[in-house]
Design a protein around this ligand. Structure first.
Ligand code: ADP
Ligand code: MG
Length: 730
């Protein structure tokens, strides 16, 4: 079938009806879409089933000779039925039935005397085992022991199928599209194929759908997996290239500015990591192209100070910096801590403000109109060198006099597109951008989701950070729970404070104004997860009677949230009973206990984040993971893992293993057509990092890909429609 290309309409190779099903079920439109519908698995010789041991519902593969084949018309039905009887080497028999469109071909293929390998699901019809519409391979000619071997070595593909479109039909359509040999130009440069030991695209498509043996299949998968990694990396490399060409105002370090004054007054010594990363960022800011940098640092690593020093460098050059926090609680906390870290350096125009001082403005959704107007004016006039706010707010209509730097805090779910949108909102010039995350990102995720950013890592925690002891409080040891309450009372008696976190707010009146959602109740679960509003009376009435307890959750009015946070930070409350609003960034050094109720409801990274709220002030921290799932439940293993290590990177790897890939890459992955079919972030780090190298190399040789139109076309095809979404939604 010469002349069919991947871009051709699907209907060139399949009938209208089949095309319709393929379209509605998998959103396929072209021959390429069909050929990228890879088999779900393959049945192999090693899995040949003994006819003596067939059980209903089982997927089996048998080799046998056709001993009988008869076609008949079913009474009162409009179609033909073909019944084929096959006998294996031991003389046992099984019957195969075909009907409808498959009858004609099967009748021709499976004539008496023919030897075939057959794969299908065992069904029971009138007490007789049979395979309905099995996949088969005819073993041609006078079969010798060798030809049987050879055919049995051939993996039979089994496709993701539906009731309307069984695997064998998809196989037929794919084979038709492949034809005797697909006429296909391979866009991948030959030099890349050579260096990476990859087979051509045509061979790879042939090999994944019609492999002669496992070697061919392996080579095919290797190549097709490469393509997935390569085009993603190429897209990201193009972004980096484009960004590197954009102009930005250089904001070099000045020895006599606010930043120098701030450093001189700092009450602690910067860690080596903070100094090093600070120098990287400082150099970026001095360049005439925008910085795009991701700063990773485990909870408590001291990212805020790093960001603040960068912001001051920009202010020293007459520019402004915006700090974007994911929640109001965090924005308010940043505002307060920046004011206190800067002291007189942030009091321009006030009596005790130093010469050359700046101002800090806070912008949140809950501000009164007057305060908001004042803050907007400070931003627009340039009076405020630093503007702190929530993401949403600053992304709306804030005008800056001269925005030079955007710092995005604690935002690991901030995709490429959101970052673009943010940069574009700055009229006339590109600000430098620093994205900070405390959720350690496995290298593979960093290279894909954040592949357009340069990366810095703050590996070490500031000195004097005390360890946090983590314990699982399990249902089989009720004494542990009693001891846990006692520990909180003891800490409170010492003047220390505790967080108690519940998965749910409870008290379902009221709207969902919060930053967190109540976790849905799972089907068949014994009880809903514990709620803040349910636990409160128990704490007050008995468990922690006499302690000062405050509540914090996302459905509270922002002023009340802020007030609760302030009281806790000031040591006016002993216990903060909260939802995950305290998950990121909250910094109260005097808090020593983090008790997490129904801890099995949370993911690994979330638990690690919550734990990071204690042990911040040089006081040893205690993290209690309360659960009532039994010891052998998978969730318990997760809790034990969190208890066993405080290494955030280790835990992020574990998290990646436990979550489905789609949860990380975003919604597009779980949709009908996923970009990454073969590539996994979990196991394919070498492929991803090699693809990154080759993509950069190609662009270094041919910036903009002007000399490689076929690669550009393939990239565009790869990234069409929803396929690029995972870059955005992660
Ligand atoms: P995170 O990286 O989790 O955002 P923060 O920036 O909130 O961490 O820092 C945690 C705490 O450590 C803050 O109270 C901060 O003032 C303090 N800190 C930061 N750097 C140092 C340092 N070099 N030495 C001592 N304390 C530090
Ligand atoms: Mg922080």
């Amino acid at each position: 079938m010469v002349g069919v290309t991947l871009a051709d309409d699907l209907r060139k190779t399949v009938g209208d009806k089949t095309a319709k099903v393929l379209k509605s079920k998998w959103d396929m439109a072209t021959v390429g879409d069909l050929l990228r519908h890879y088999p779900r698995r393959y049945v192999r010789h090693g899995e040949l089933t003994d006819l003596a041991s067939l059980t209903e519902g089982e997927d089996v593969t048998v080799v046998g000779r056709v001993v009988d084949s008869r076609q008949r018309k079913i009474t009162k039905r409009p179609f033909q039925l073909l019944e084929v009887t096959v006998e294996d080497a031991t003389g046992r028999r099984i019957s195969l039935t075909f009907f409808g469109t498959g009858v004609h071909k099967a009748a021709a293929d499976l004539q008496s005397g023919v030897l075939a390998m057959i794969a299908g699901r065992v069904g029971l019809y009138r007490g007789k085992v049979q395979l309905t519409h099995p996949d088969y391979e005819v073993i041609p000619g006078r079969a010798t022991a060798e030809t049987v071997e050879e055919y049995a070595a051939r993996p039979i593909p089994i496709y993701p199928a539906t009731k309307d479109l069984p695997s064998w039909k998809i196989k037929k359509a794919v084979e038709y599209a492949l034809g005797p040999g697909l006429d296909l130009a391979d866009p991948m440069p030959a030099s890349v194929l050579g260096r990476r030991g990859l087979v051509p695209l045509g061979a790879a498509l042939e090999g994944i759908h019609r492999p002669k043996d496992d070697d061919e299949l392996r080579a095919a998968r290797k190549r097709l997996k490469w393509d997935e990694a390569f085009y993603v990396q190429l897209a990201l490399a193009l972004r980096r290239e484009a960004a590197a060409d954009l102009p930005a105002t250089p904001r070099p370090d000045r020895a006599d500015g606010l930043r120098a004054a701030f450093d001189a007054a700092l009450p602690f010594t910067l860690t080596d990591g903070q100094v090093e990363v600070g120098a990287e960022i400082s150099a970026d800011l001095a360049r005439a192209h925008p910085m795009h940098r991701l700063l990773q640092g485990d909870v408590g690593a001291g990212k805020t100070v790093v960001a603040l020093r960068a912001m001051l460098q920009v202010v020293d050059n007459g520019g402004q910096a915006a700090l974007l926090a994911p929640t109001e609680v965090l924005a308010q906390q940043h505002y307060r801590s920046i004011l206190s870290l800067l002291g007189p350096l942030a009091r321009a125009g006030q009596l005790d403000g130093v010469e050359g001082a700046t101002r800090v403005a806070l912008l949140t959704g809950s501000q009164g109109a007057k305060a908001k107007r004042a803050a907007l004016l400070e931003a627009a006039s340039g009076g405020a060198g630093i503007v702190v706010g929530t993401h949403a707010l600053i992304q709306e209509h804030v005008q800056f006099a001269d925005l030079g730097l955007i710092v995005v805090d604690e935002q690991h779910r901030f995709g490429v597109e959101q970052r673009d949108a943010l940069r574009e909102k700055v009229a006339g010039g590109r600000p430098h951008v620093l994205v900070m995350t405390a959720t350690p990102i496995p290298r593979t995720v960093a290279m894909t989701v954040f592949g357009d950013l340069d990366t810095s890592v703050l590996a070490q925690l500031p000195a004097g950070r005390a360890a946090v002891a983590t314990h699982v409080v399990p249902p089989e040891k009720p004494a542990f729970l009693a001891r846990a309450w006692q520990r909180i009372r003891e800490e409170a008696a010492e003047g220390r404070q505790a967080y108690i976190v519940c998965p749910r707010i409870g008290d379902d009146a009221g709207g969902r104004a919060g930053e967190e959602e109540d976790l849905p109740r799972e089907e068949g679960e014994a009880r809903p997860p514990l709620a803040v509003m349910e636990l409160l009376p128990l704490l007050e009435g008995e468990l922690l009677r006499g302690l000062r307890i405050d509540v914090l959750h996302g459905r509270m009015h922002p002023d009340d949230k802020d007030a609760a946070m302030r009281r806790f930070a000031a040591g006016e409350t002993d216990v903060l009973l909260a939802t995950t609003v305290v998950e990121v960034g909250v910094d109260v050094p005097n808090a020593t206990v983090m008790m997490i109720m129904d801890a099995d409801r949370f993911g690994v990274s979330q638990l690690h984040q919550l734990r990071g709220r204690v042990g911040r002030g040089g006081l040893p921290g205690l993290c209690l993971l309360v659960t009532d799932v039994p010891a052998d439940a998978p969730a318990r293993a997760r809790l034990e893992a969190v208890a066993s290590t405080s290494d955030g990177f280790e835990l992020s790897r574990l998290d990646l293993e436990q979550r489905r890939e789609g949860d990380i890459l975003g919604a597009a992955q779980s949709g009908t057509r996923s970009t990454l079919r073969l590539l996994t972030l979990q196991y394919d780090e070498p492929v991803i990092s090699n693809a990154r190298k080759e993509a950069s190399r190609l662009l270094a040789e041919d910036p903009g890909l002007a000399g490689h139109p076929e690669v550009r076309a393939a990239l565009e095809e790869f990234l069409t429609e929803d396929r690029a979404d995972y870059l955005d939604k992660a």
